[in-house]
Design a protein around this ligand. Structure first.
Ligand code: PAF
Length: 286
């Protein structure tokens, strides 16, 4: 596996593969890899003979009071995992390679509306940071396919919208959430949990499952279901951020007239200590 740090070196290697007629699949990450990321790389390897992953902790997607400085940077260990799974190229640029000028002077890419709800409402500017860095990485890597995890379902939809709106010729592939044995969605931020919080954390998924069951049984008062779920999370020790039932493909609020219940997905974000956990669950399995 090659490890490259500059856009020029990355472009030269990808251009050589292209001259040889090889397709390229790409997995953008912020590192501190876990089995969920490794699953993304495995899926990328199924998509194309050449695979590139990036590790870049993107300051533009962190709010002023968020965990950018403390976000775990574990490049050596990440590199070992990526090599073991058969990745061809790890792109690990320094900050100045991606943002040669102060962030506030850099051009931004923004997807309106979808970026303003759910996580976007709690983390203003977060998705502009994501779409800006992902569009830059797409221009740098020029992949045929890019792979994203479905834990960040809203992010996945926003990237799909960006690619469609800007005519970016990259196919976007989503990969189902990888969970721990007790149901907790794998996340780099799970490492922030104390032993006591880790024991509580699976209740986020359990609450999503309980709400799905109520919907499948015929309950249609979405506001009541959401309020009940937040009460249940608070009782378990979480500080709920949002718990919302929305259209899976458009993130719109459902109404009885506009939405079949089968097309709904439930989205949750909740704080446990200093970890903000997110998860989502479709009402009908795919
Ligand atoms: O999902 C992530 O890890 C990040 O948001 C991404 C897509 C790598 C952009 O920084």
């Amino acid at each position: 596996m090659q490890i490259l740090n500059t856009i020029a070196e990355l472009r030269a290697q990808v251009a050589a593969w292209r001259r040889a007629g090889e397709r390229v699949a790409f997995v953008p990450t912020m590192g501190n890899l876990h089995p969920g990321h490794i699953r993304l790389v495995e899926r990328a390897r199924e998509q194309a003979p050449r695979t590139v992953a990036s590790i870049f902790v993107n300051p533009m997607q962190f709010g002023a009071n968020e965990d950018y400085a403390g976000y775990p940077r574990t490049l050596e260990n990440d590199g070992r995992q990526l090599e073991a799974v058969g990745l061809d190229l790890l792109f690990a640029p320094p900050l100045a390679e991606i943002y040669p000028r102060p962030l506030e002077q850099m051009t931004q890419v923004a997807v309106p509306e979808l970026s303003a709800i759910l996580c976007g409402a709690s983390r203003p500017g977060h998705f502009n940071g994501v779409t800006t860095v992902v569009s830059k990485l797409f221009n740098q890597v020029q992949p045929d396919v890019a792979v994203f995890g479905e834990k960040d379902w809203q992010q996945l939809l926003i990237i799909r919208r960006m690619v469609a709106d800007l005519d970016i010729p990259v196919e976007i592939v989503g990969v189902p959430i990888v969970r721990e044995a007790d149901g907790l969605a794998m996340s780099s931020r799970n490492g922030y949990l104390s032993a006591q919080e880790r024991a509580i954390a699976p209740k986020l998924y359990a609450t999503l499952q309980a709400t799905v069951e109520r919907l499948q049984e015929g309950e249609r008062d979405y506001a009541v279901l959401e309020a009940e779920a937040k009460t249940r999370l608070a009782a378990a020790g979480f500080r709920p951020d949002y718990f919302e039932i929305r259209g899976s493909d458009d993130l719109q609020r459902p109404t009885a007239e506009t939405q079949a219940v089968s097309a709904l997905r439930i989205f949750a974000a909740a704080w446990l200590g200093r970890a903000r956990l997110i998860d989502n669950l479709a009402v009908m399995p795919n």
